[in-house]
Ligand binder design. Structure first.
Ligand code: NG1
Ligand code: ZN
Length: 556
């Protein structure tokens, strides 16, 4: 019992307001910062239990991502850097909502259900974003961990993906990289520099990129990373937090939803720009053309660029190897077998959500001949689906995503790199694959890593942002939010593309959609805000706007 004495004492310093209930949603707990002190303390407790249970380091990130500066939130990170399992999300909600006098009872209930050995040591990594409330809230997490005797490492200000990376590095004993911010910069910059060596004669203009840091942690971290990139990428940072408010009229979410450039950025015609969100796990690109038209390159365009590039590399390995086979020496035949696997047996798939633009899905399936799979919104669903493939490229349309390489795929690629008996073209392709793997943060979507991958791919393929944009043309689309008295009355199926309840809603949507050309629309309750989201796309912007409007009226 003595081990819970400190929890009992310290929890009084982080009291739960009576009657307040919160849910561990798609992105953890997220609400106004003033409601979160007790949640943070309790998530410190839960992370300690999770660490004892898994005998691994667990992460706790304090952030509310793209939400307003006054909000905050918290997310738990599992041993390999992935999101915590659904079962533990349930425990998080249970612990968060226990009234003060039943906290210990709920804690012991989890310990019993999970059969946790309390004598096991615990280690928790904690990080925070730049919100004014983050300092005291992350202190509450640290208090929670130490009151249960867990060890903490406070990383202070880091991006969400950086903390995921640290947790993965720690639990893989350095195999993934060194668990420091510097280790992260070194790993990524080395891979980036290796990749860009393959792009000859880049001009300063091609190396120049305008970055909107959303006045958040991403801007701070890009400044730290810049010297590691040795001018191979010349960043012009705006919304770097020196004056503006976090996520206010800037950042990836603003740009994606408003479909316009952020404030605080001076953009010349045709210039390549990107925006991070508030915790730097999302990125979107854009430019304006000579007519002043804004062009957005969102998560769907990013997934298309990256999967096309990877598919080409795998094909190059296969083709060059086929030529080796023609020489018919014994060793060539052997090499062919190894490479045949790399070229043929690695299946690339792209994982999307219902928000993916219809044009992107069509392009990937019909032109690229890549398998496309659709999951529910929320990166954990995409991440799990992507794990099913040798190479799973997943992106939400809002720019949150990454690429996963199966262990077997990584092994095959590494073996081919080591193989000294290869021709130059194949070696180049295999090395590019290896450096690309090193550049990608496979634990979670990462704006910095994604940005470097995109910049490297554009450089290697000699593409401008306009060439990239021209791969396919987005169907005009509109996203709206509708506030209703209870959003939970809407239940969906088919990866959230069809509403099952309330009765009649889907029929109403279907008949509205029929009025327009190339149209599609769906509604779903948000997992992070108290709203219903409406999405519509159609042949023209006017039609997409009016379909979205009509569907929102049907939701009331
Ligand atoms: P909700 O609020 O459930 O739509 C939003 C995003 C998700 C995901 C989460 C977590 C849209 C339409 N939805 O979820 O894609 O990023 O936030 O941050 O962008
Ligand atoms: Zn985010």
């Amino acid at each position: 019992m003595a081990q819970f004495e400190e929890v009992s004492q310290k929890s009084k310093l982080h009291p739960k307001p009576e009657g307040l209930t919160l849910q561990y949603g798609t992105a953890g707990f997220r609400t106004h910062a003033k409601h979160l002190d007790h949640i943070m303390f309790r998530m410190g407790l839960l992370a300690t239990l999770r660490s004892k249970k898994t005998k691994s380091t667990i992460g706790v990130m304090v952030t509310a991502s793209h939400n307003p500066e006054e909000d905050n939130g918290v997310k738990l990170i599992d041993p390999m850097g992935e999101m915590v399992t659904a079962m533990w999300e349930g425990y998080a909600t249970q612990l968060a909502n226990a009234e003060q006098d039943s906290l210990l009872k709920e804690l012991k209930d989890i310990i019993e259900k999970e059969d946790i050995d309390m004598s096991q040591t615990a280690s928790v990594y904690v990080g925070k974003d730049t919100r004014p409330s983050s300092a005291s809230l992350s202190q509450a997490v640290l208090d929670g961990v130490s009151s249960l005797g867990g060890k903490t490492h406070d990383y202070g200000l880091v991006t969400t993906p950086q903390l995921h990376y640290m947790v993965c590095c720690c639990n893989t004993h350095g195999c993934y990289g060194s668990p420091t911010v510097e280790g992260y910069y070194q790993k990524l910059s080395q891979a980036f520099l290796q990749l860009t060596q393959n792009a000859s004669n880049r001009t300063d203009d091609q190396k120049r990129l305008l970055v909107d840091g959303a006045n958040g942690i991403g801007a701070l971290k890009m400044r730290e990373m810049e010297p590691f990139l040795r001018s191979e990428l010349q960043l012009v940072l705006s919304n770097d937090g020196s004056s503006g408010k976090l996520n206010h009229m800037c950042g990836a979410d603003y740009v994606k939803v408003q479909q316009k450039a952020p404030q605080g950025m001076n953009i010349a015609v045709g210039e390549r720009c990107c925006s991070f969100d508030g915790d730097a796990d999302r990125i979107v690109y854009y430019y304006t053309d000579s007519k002043g038209c804004f062009h957005l390159l969102d998560g769907d365009k990013i997934a298309t660029l990256i999967s096309t590039y990877l598919k080409e590399l795998l094909t190059q390995v296969l083709h060059t190897q086929t030529r080796s086979k023609m020489k018919t020496s014994t060793s060539d035949i052997y090499l062919f077998c190894v490479c045949f696997q790399a070229g043929l047996n690695l299946q690339i798939a792209v994982v999307q959500t219902a928000y993916a633009n219809g044009s992107s899905t069509r392009y990937l399936e019909d032109v690229m001949k890549v398998a496309v799979c659709c999951t529910k919104t929320g990166v954990k669903h995409l991440h799990h689906a992507a794990q099913e493939y040798d190479i799973g490229v997943y992106f939400e349309a809002n720019g949150h995503g990454t690429v996963l390489f199966s262990k077997a795929a990584q092994k095959q690629i590494q073996e081919l790199v080591k193989d000294s008996d290869t021709n130059d073209e194949r070696k180049r392709a295999v090395k590019l694959l290896e450096s690309t793997i090193n550049l990608i943060n496979q634990t979670v979507g990462d704006a910095i890593s994604d940005m470097l991958v995109i910049e490297a791919v554009l450089a290697i393929r000699g593409m401008s942002v306009q060439d990239w944009d021209a791969i396919y043309t987005d169907l005009p689309n509109r996203q709206l939010k509708v506030t209703v008295s209870d959003r939970r009355v809407i239940d969906t199926t088919d990866a959230e593309r069809r509403a099952v309840t309330p009765e009649g809603l889907q029929d109403a949507i279907d008949s509205l959609v029929k009025k327009y050309k190339s149209a599609r629309s769906f509604v779903r309750p948000s997992g992070t805000e108290d709203v219903v989201r409406v999405y519509a796309e159609a042949d023209t912007q006017e039609n997409a706007d009016s379909l979205a409007h009509e569907v929102s009226l049907a939701v009331y």
